[in-house]
Unconditional design. Sequence first.
Length: 407
Amino acid sequence: MKTIDDLIGQGQVAGKRVFVRADLNVPLAGQTITDDGRIRAAVPTITRLAEAGARVIVASHLGRPKGEPDPQFSLAPVAARLGELLSRDGISTAFAADTVGDSARSTVAGLADGQVALLENLRFNAGETAKDDAERGAFADELAALADIYVGDGFGAVHRKHASVYDLPARLPHAAGGLIATEVGVLKKLTEDVTRPYAVVLGGSKVSDKLGVIDHLLEKADRILVGGGMVFTFLKAQGHEVGKSLLQEDQLPVVREYLERAEAKGVEFVLPVDVVGATEFPDLKTQAPSSPVTAAVDAIPADVIGLDIGPESRKLFAAKLADAATVFWNGPMGVFEHPDYADGTRAVAQALIDSPAFTVVGGGDSAAAVRILGFDENAFGHISTGGGASLEYLEGKTLPGLAALEG
Ligand SMILES: Nc1ncnc2c1ncn2[C@@H]1O[C@H](COP(=O)(O)OP(=O)(O)O)[C@@H](O)[C@H]1O
Ligand SMILES: O=C(OP(=O)(O)O)[C@H](O)COP(=O)(O)O
């Protein structure tokens, strides 16, 4: 895979329009960025290209808008923060009000060497995420018209077969940015020689996206700990009632099969013994106090939404992580964005820090949680900017955004 070092070393970027596909999908509370980790992670590649004389066009998705402009998913707050960070290196940043329209074209045309433009949310265009190859290709053609060279650096999105990730690099000379090179370097080690016991902690809310990875983990991991929104499908599969919690009803047979296979293979599934929940989803915007209740997993009231693992489960999870030699963690244990439901995530983060294991934390929200809850990022072995991406990488899958850079 060609890298930006190769491009810069060969003097290929000076005066050129270089399109950098980053993952600036940061958590927002209204217009406020609650964790800027993904923006900070994108800066080194952008700065290197700008300092080498490129006219840098940065593009990203934010959230999951429905293929048309939606102000709540505007990258405007990200443009402000990116501009602030780049200005420290003396680099100026413009923001285009659309992705491939008049604003994008004129903003890019106005760039001088060494300047940066951020385009509006890629997913404001239906072509970005279209299943149809021709529709995605048509959008990729419009993106390609803006640039001379493509740099893939949005590790968090490399598992998506999207226009800017997969189709665009096929249309331009391309290379990998520094973030992708670093991420792949660390994760590769976990696929080659893992020191055992190897524990994997799964949680979060993208349940249907991530359940499938367990199929592969049953062949690799010694212990699988499950919390977050994912756990209720497991609890239900074991015969527990889960109230109004997140449930992937159609996946119950799959999960039952995972539990059986784990037993047959001697892989230990660690599930919570108690949960914390509430009758209403907490208000994350106002952070208004809620009314949390704790229940054993065999006594979750019918009107309760499970929002965190309970106190006994935190102790259990910590004990199961204490003697691991390698830990990979993706997905918060609860709705950590509200203080009443952050203790499970806090306990797992602390357990990783206390354990002598090599620890990798992956995922936009998981990485954000660790920082928002006040942990020192340097206390972990590696904090990956990608959750789904790192899980699929560990699965050994061909990731569209990496395959496209290799070609
Ligand atoms: N029990 C739960 N019910 C609903 N959402 C949950 C639950 N536990 C965790 N979450 C949510 O999961 C989200 C993160 O999930 P996900 O995107 O899969 O993780 P990551 O970004 O780290 O890969 C957080 O916003 C958190 O509030
Ligand atoms: O946040 C992301 O993934 P993650 O939650 O698995 O870390 C990426 O930006 C990908 O976003 P998507 O899952 O909406 O395609």
